[in-house]
Design a protein around this ligand. Structure first.
Ligand code: PA5
Ligand code: NI
Length: 182
């Protein structure tokens, strides 16, 4: 009998361990995704919008494997549009993904290939199945940090180019304190 201690830990709503990769997105890297150009231009481009800690136990593109990540998305707005992740389709477009809410509140914004947009509320304990061929992005609609976790196939890949070029068909805007898709 061989007994091992895990090498990666899910503590303090973050992944830790030797094999965990951490990445940070600052506002400057999100150029073009927010609608209000004037508001964007007036903001600090070095401010951190979100951080992702991920555990990739197999090589990228391995068929049949799984990856896991935890994203911390900070609160704020560009004009009246909530801070959000870049958003992507999967490169292997039919690959699905789970998201689940851990801390704070937000909205998962989804768009299919027909560019139909819908959204699901994210809160601690909410679980979200993102089918294949559905682009996904998350907005923080609260006043505290939003933490959510994700699990996706290791051969999914990230297609950012399609969203960079055409965006989502709707934006999540603060309309008199109510997050609204417009
Ligand atoms: O795998 C995912 O979909 C998530 O882990 C995202 O990559 C993460 O939330 C960051 O968003 P994006 O990749 O759109 O910048
Ligand atoms: Ni994804």
């Amino acid at each position: 009998n061989r007994i091992f201690i895990p090498e990666v830990f899910f503590t303090n709503n973050c992944l830790t361990g030797e094999d965990v990769i951490k990445s940070t997105r600052v506002l400057g890297e999100l150029d073009g995704i927010f609608g209000d150009r004037q508001a964007f231009d007036g903001m600090d481009k070095d401010q951190v919008i979100y951080q992702v800690s991920s555990y990739l136990p197999v090589l990228e593109n391995t068929p049949g494997g799984l990856f896991m990540g935890i994203t911390t998305l900070y609160p704020g707005k560009v004009g009246s549009e909530f801070f959000m992740t870049k958003g992507h389709f999967h490169s292997n477009s039919d690959r699905a993904e789970f998201y689940w809410g851990v801390e704070g509140e937000g909205m998962l914004i989804l768009m299919n290939e027909q560019r139909e947009v819908w959204a699901e509320r994210i809160f601690p304990g909410s679980l979200h199945y993102i089918p294949g061929k559905v682009a996904h992005r998350v907005a923080n609609t609260g006043y505290q940090k939003l933490v959510f976790s994700a699990c996706w196939p290791s051969d999914a890949g990230h297609d950012y180019a399609t969203i960079s070029a055409a965006g989502f068909a709707q934006r999540l805007i603060d309309v008199n304190g109510v997050p609204t898709l417009v």
